[in-house]
Design a binder for this molecule. Structure first.
Ligand SMILES: [Zn+2]
Ligand SMILES: [Zn+2]
Length: 268
């Protein structure tokens, strides 16, 4: 394990999403004291219609979130701070990601994350509890591919989140995974090995039958494709900025996966 592996994190939340602790400056100070070089801030995106408000910032808070990141950039010049958000992908709002977030608000990177996914009837299904059938896995895979093809995301957070409610790996998982891998190979969008998932696995109760994520067969399949991966802490409190990232890098190294060049994220 090399020190450089622990010096970057591109998945960091703030109190604004209502289930994380601390503000941008608290994470910056922790990152600096940990000897880190790069901190990407990526709270759960505000959305213009304020849908799914329970776990994300309110739309009215977006300017203040941006200001908190911009002022941290001035206050902590020794740290490379990168302005991002973790976003659901709502296809009819494509121009909002492009023109408002990446354009007007000058976000430097966006993470795509399917906490919800669209089924074939264009209905939104929650991924927690919702990816528990062959059909829903097909839909989750296709939706994740569609996110990558949108061209607005640098990488996809926890693309193996379907392990939250699918008990045993089978051919449905393999098919879903291959759809995701093919799109990742085509588009060059990265796939995240999420260390928050490892922290959840460590804390999981013995009567929980589900594998959660990272789900190893997913990443074994990744080794058959020309895809890039990224390890992130998915920190919801400052002390988690490097939590279990070593175990996530272990998966990447054991399988010989190709890590993204993090110097390029936010430098478009
Ligand atoms: Zn979160
Ligand atoms: Zn997150």
């Amino acid at each position: 394990m090399q020190d450089s592996e622990f010096q970057h994190n591109f998945h960091t939340h703030t109190f604004r999403c209502k289930h994380a602790k601390g503000d941008v400056a608290d994470y910056c100070e922790r990152a600096i004291s940990n000897g880190m070089k790069t901190l990407g801030i990526s709270d759960h995106s505000a959305l213009p219609d304020d849908r799914w408000l329970g776990g994300r910032m309110n739309y009215v808070d977006l300017p203040e979130y941006i200001a908190a990141i911009d002022s941290a950039k001035e206050k902590y010049p020794e740290l490379r701070i990168v302005k991002g958000m973790e976003c659901e992908y709502i296809p009819e709002q494509q121009s909002w990601y492009e023109d408002e977030l990446l354009g007007k608000h000058e976000f430097e990177y966006l993470i795509g994350a399917a906490h919800f996914f669209l089924d074939t009837n264009e209905q939104w299904i929650p991924t927690y509890g919702g990816t528990n059938s062959a059909r829903s896995l097909v839909e989750f895979g296709k939706y994740t591919a569609r996110m990558m093809e949108s061209g607005v995301f640098d990488f996809i957070a926890h693309p193996d989140l379907f392990g939250n409610c699918y008990e045993n790996w089978d051919e449905n998982c393999t098919a879903c995974t291959r759809d995701i891998m093919a799109a990742a190979a085509d588009t060059g969008v990265g796939l995240e090995v999420n260390a928050l998932g490892i922290r959840k696995q460590t804390a999981k109760s013995p009567d929980n039958p589900f594998p959660l994520y990272p789900w190893l067969p997913f990443w074994e399949e990744a080794s058959n494709y020309d895809v890039k991966v990224i390890v992130n802490a998915d920190a919801h409190k400052p002390e988690d900025l490097q939590g279990k990232t070593g175990a996530a890098f272990q998966i990447v190294n054991d399988l010989g996966l190709n890590h993204m060049d993090v110097e390029q994220i936010g430098r478009a």
